[in-house]
Design a protein. Structure first.
Length: 305
């Protein structure tokens, strides 16, 4: 069942079209990764979802209600973490967390204490003394302490160190296990790859790919390092082979994932001593879309960097 459904969402600012027929769906109990470069339209989409901006056209439904006209009702079941958190400078971190939790009508003191400990936050300090990372922690603790059904997280780990990123990922997996849904907008592709069930890529206000990671991996190439007893012949003539380079360890090249079987069959004739493959990552897919919309055999776009 879909918790969030966006159909043909268009948002214009004067003559500028920020969002152009965006379609997006987040199902119950699903973590959906929303990725794209700065200016692609991620934050504008999220502002429309939150009822801060009104769509020029299109249909935006959360829990089956209209994101603009039913915003107050929807917000009772949504937790939101922005990428740049502004807090009241004279309140302590603990006071801000308590305020947000009370606004939601929930009071899970043990959960709050546990999260403060896990995120290593000093809740007694005034917010004006906090670093960007600590302000981010306050927002995350407040969100994860609440009983929301949909978590909208817009670049939530910006400013967090790698250890805290791991804690964040654990918390996201915990809320997923409770059947909650997450829309995660992120630049950190390894984070999206670890957490998300499905991914949507937005570019210049348009959704260009949506699907599970396994569905999207066909767009990428796998890096192969190969050493054989005899020199490999006619490798360059095979369909789907790119960027062949001789190295001290043997041959390095890229293979379109769908052509892997026939390439392996071909090279096995020459006595394989060592074969290493680096699986395609979301980053490869991302680079393919943003370094050039289409790749050609000689560009190398989409390979492992």
């Amino acid at each position: 069942m879909s918790v969030l459904k966006v159909t043909n969402l268009t948002k214009k600012f004067g003559k500028f079209t920020a969002l152009d027929n965006v379609n997006l769906e987040v199902n119950s109990g699903e973590i959906f990764g929303f990725i794209g470069p700065n200016g692609a339209g991620k934050s504008t989409t999220i502002r429309v979802l939150l009822g801060i901006l009104k769509a020029t056209s299109g249909d935006v439904k959360i829990f089956g209600k209209d994101a603009w006209s039913d915003a107050v009702e929807i917000h009772k079941r949504v937790a939101y973490v922005p990428g740049d958190v502004n807090l009241w400078p004279n309140l302590t971190g603990g006071e801000v967390i308590d305020l947000f939790v009370k606004l939601r009508g929930t009071n899970h003191k043990s959960r709050r204490e546990e999260l403060i400990k896990r995120f290593d936050l000093d809740p007694t300090k005034k917010c004006r003394t906090y670093s960007k990372g600590n302000r981010q922690k306050v927002a995350l603790i407040a969100a994860f302490s609440s009983e929301a059904d949909l978590y909208i997280l817009d670049e939530p780990t910006s400013g967090l160190d790698p250890l805290m990123e791991n804690i964040f990922q654990e918390c996201v997996m915990e809320i997923k296990q409770k059947g909650k849904s997450v829309l995660l907008s992120s630049h950190i592709l390894s984070e999206v790859e670890k957490l998300c069930d499905r991914v949507g890529i937005i570019r210049q206000g348009k959704m260009i790919e949506t699907g599970s990671l396994s569905e999207l991996r066909h767009l990428t190439r796998t890096q192969i390092l190969l050493d054989t007893k005899e020199p490999v012949k006619n490798l360059q003539t095979l369909e789907g082979v790119h960027e062949i380079v001789k190295t001290e360890q043997g041959l390095s090249f890229q293979v379109d994932t769908e052509e892997m079987d026939q390439v392996i069959r071909h090279v096995s004739q020459f006595g394989v001593i060592k074969l290493e493959s680096a699986p395609p990552t979301l980053e490869d897919l991302f680079m393919r879309h943003y370094e050039g919309t289409e790749t050609s055999a000689d560009t190398g776009v989409g390979g492992v960097k």
